[in-house]
Structure formats: structure tokens, C-alpha cells
Ligand binder design. Structure first.
Ligand code: ZN
Length: 388
């Protein structure tokens, strides 16, 4: 079976390259925003949409007049319109709100939709002769495994784990002051993997990290909470010290060390857990938009972030793929309200932690009930429900 999966690595552009990448991001953002406005204006005037191809054609024409559009490779520049198309599609299909103008912090990645060197038929522009030859795309790896980007040069990438499979595209992403290369690869996985259990549903916990549909509870790791408390104290101490004094410098280093420790321990926990789940279940079902909806709720925000659900989802996704299984997000549809026993709707606020069904007598932990519903929804999606 051929699967698509992502590998993320930190990359280290030099000062000049960073400035260039920053400027490319703002060009893309500006293209995105003006295309969004163009689409709106066009619709108001003509009662019809402006298509991606029309936008791409317009950009091609603009390139002749606006020289800075030529300072960056054209692939990520064209890809901007795919993003806009996707944003509209998500809106029309009820998965997202109406697309907004993007602020600086919201536009932080460039997508190179082709990668590497490929032997292709190429037409000679003057003679019209068609010949096969190797074509190097705007993004590729050079002989020393640096990421080679046209108009930018070679950038060192820390390949902390091997990149396996055929690279189909690469995304360059800015996160704070750091830069990452995310390679999307296609690779074959063993189809004859045996899984102990066919499927599970996972509900994100609040006090707990997660609950599985078989009732297994995964607690938030205590050691993490402990280091985090320690970190908070160290930060407080630092803030009371005289800035730039020797003690301040020492304490600052202390704080940085603790930060690294927290991040490492959290990552370690998530890696182990996602590994275990990916080896046990062929299908892992989770709720779509789970994180977005919960982060909106201020009381829940902290525990969600602490638990690192976003990072967890990514790890689980590639580990499941890697092992021949699959992570599937399903649309949240009253998963915490409906009774997993008889499907009756039992309305309850977030503070009600137990599901009690008056129709069939089911009494379950709220999250456990939700996890069962998530699994059932996933199985229905794949038509895998056990036949009665
Ligand atoms: Zn019931």
C-alpha cells in the first residue's frame, strides 16, 4: 500500500536567507490577500467566482509589471491560490469560517509542490525538439544533503531521523524564530501487518489526557506538571534579579535548561503513547476540529496546550501511516451528548462529568461515552460496523 506521510526537520538558513524567506512570505501573504479581495469584488460585480486558473493567469501578467514577484520561485507563489481555493471550499462545506485577510503571523509557510530531480520530456523552445533530460525543481537536495532552493541557495537541514520514501513536496515553515522543512513523501508500507485490535475512538480529556473507547484512561503525566511548576518558580526568580548581572545570566541559563527539559519530556511522552496506539489499533478515530473548538474555551485552553494535542495528532498520524494503520478524524456531531448505548440525546454542560441515560440506563464517564461514539462514527464512515 502506498501512503503519504510527512517528515518534519529543523533547518538553519543564514541571516541573509532568513531575510529573503521572510520577504517571500510577505509577498505570498500579499498575493493571498489581494486575491481574496479580487474574488470578493469580482463576485459583487458579476455574481460569480474568480477561479484559481484566472488568478494564476493574472499573476503571470503581473510578473511583467511587478519586478519583486520575480525575486522568488514561482511554485510557492502559484500555490497561494490553492490555499485560497481550499479556504473557500472549507467554508462552503461547513468546515471553516469565511476566509479572512491574513496577518503577518498567520502566513508562515511556503509550499514547493514539486521536488527533486526528475527525468522528463522537455521541449527545446527554439528548435521545438522534444528530448528527455533531468530537470531540477525549485526545491531539491544537493550532494551533501542540504536543501537546495532556487533563488535562495543551500540550507543545512538537521535530519534527526532518516527521510524515507519519494519526496512529493516540501513546505518551509517559520515558527517563531525557527525554520522547519516538512517533506511530504510517498512510500510503500507493509500491508500484512497484524493489529491486536481493529479500531479505537479517542476523546480528548480535560483532567485526563485522553480516554479510549474501551474505557482506558490516559492521565496527564505527573512528572511534566512537576517540571512545569519548577520552571514557573525559576522564571519568577529571574524576573526579580538585576538584568545582565552575573546571577541573572546564570539564572537565565537555568530557565532555558528547564524549558528544554519540559519540551523533551513532553515530546517523549507523546512519542511513546502514539507509538503504542499505532501498534495496537489499525484504525484510530479522533474528532475533527477538536482542538480548535476547545481552545476557544478559555478555561480549557491551558490544559489542551499542556497536553500538546496538536503535536500528538501529527505524531499519531505519521506513526499510524508508517505502520500500515490509519488515523481518521471524524466530524464532531453530538459525540459527548448522545448516548453510546441507545443513541438518545442527553444534553449536558461541560461541567457534567458523567453520562447518565434515562432511556436505556447507561451510566458512563462523559469522555468514555464520547470515545465510544467517536469510534462508532468512524466505523460507520468506513462501513466497518460489526453486522448484527
Ligand atoms: Zn441510552
Amino acid at each position: 500500500m502506498l501512503v503519504r506521510m510527512n517528515y518534519k526537520y529543523e533547518m538553519f538558513p543564514n541571516e541573509e536567507q532568513m531575510q529573503l524567506l521572510d520577504s517571500w512570505l510577505s509577498i505570498c501573504r500579499q498575493q493571498y490577500n489581494s486575491a481574496l479581495l479580487d474574488k470578493q469584488r469580482f463576485y459583487q460585480k458579476n455574481q460569480m467566482g474568480l477561479s484559481r486558473t484566472q488568478l494564476q493567469k493574472q499573476q503571470k501578467a503581473d510578473k511583467q509589471k511587478i519586478p519583486f514577484l520575480k525575486t522568488m520561485p514561482s511554485q510557492p507563489l502559484q500555490e497561494v491560490f490553492f490555499r485560497l481555493e481550499r479556504a473557500y471550499k472549507n467554508f462552503f462545506e461547513g468546515r471553516a469560517r469565511y476566509p479572512k485577510l491574513k496577518k503577518h503571523k498567520d502566513y508562515n509557510s511556503l509550499t514547493f509542490t514539486q521536488f527533486g530531480i526528475e527525468n522528463r520530456h522537455v521541449k527545446n523552445k527554439t528548435t521545438g525538439e522534444v528530448k528527455r533530460r533531468d530537470v531540477r525543481y525549485a526545491a531539491s537536495l544537493d550532494e551533501s544533503n542540504h536543501l537546495l532552493i532556487s533563488k535562495l541557495g543551500a540550507v543545512y537541514v538537521n535530519f534527526h531521523r532518516p527521510l524515507e520514501g519519494k519526496v512529493k513536496q516540501v513546505i518551509i515553515k517559520r515558527q517563531g524564530h525557527r525554520w522547519f522543512a516538512i517533506f511530504s513523501v510517498e512510500r510503500h508500507v507493509n500491508e500484512t501487518v497484524e493489529f491486536p485490535v481493529q479500531s479505537t475512538g479517542i476523546d480528548v480529556g480535560i483532567q485526563k489526557f485522553a480516554v479510549l473507547s474501551d474505557g482506558t484512561t490516559i492521565e496527564n503525566p505527573k512528572f511534566l506538571l512537576k517540571v512545569e511548576r519548577k520552571l514557573k518558580r525559576a522564571q519568577k526568580k529571574l524576573s526579580r534579579m538585576k538584568k545582565s548581572s552575573n546571577n541573572w545570566k546564570k539564572q537565565r541559563q537555568n530557565v532555558q535548561q528547564l524549558h528544554i527539559k519540559v519540551a523533551n519530556q513532553r515530546r517523549d511522552f507523546l512519542h511513546k503513547l502514539s507509538y503504542r496506539l499505532s501498534k495496537t489499533y489499525k484504525f484510530v478515530f479522533v474528532e475533527d476540529l477538536m482542538i480548535r473548538n476547545m481552545v476557544k474555551n478559555r478555561h480549557l485552553a491551558k490544559s489542551i496546550h499542556d497536553a500538546g494535542w496538536g503535536a500528538f495528532g501529527n505524531m499519531l498520524d505519521y506513526k499510524c501511516n508508517n505502520n500500515g494503520g490509519k488515523l481518521v478524524s471524524i466530524k464532531p456531531h453530538y459525540t459527548s451528548q448522545d448516548c453510546s448505548g441507545c443513541k438518545a440525546r442527553v444534553r449536558k454542560s461541560l461541567s457534567v462529568r458523567t453520562h447518565v441515560c434515562k432511556s436505556c440506563g447507561t451510566i458512563l464517564d462523559r469522555d468514555h461515552n464520547a470515545a465510544i461514539n467517536i469510534e462508532a462514527a468512524g466505523l460507520a464512515l468506513f462501513d466497518l460496523s460489526p453486522t448484527a
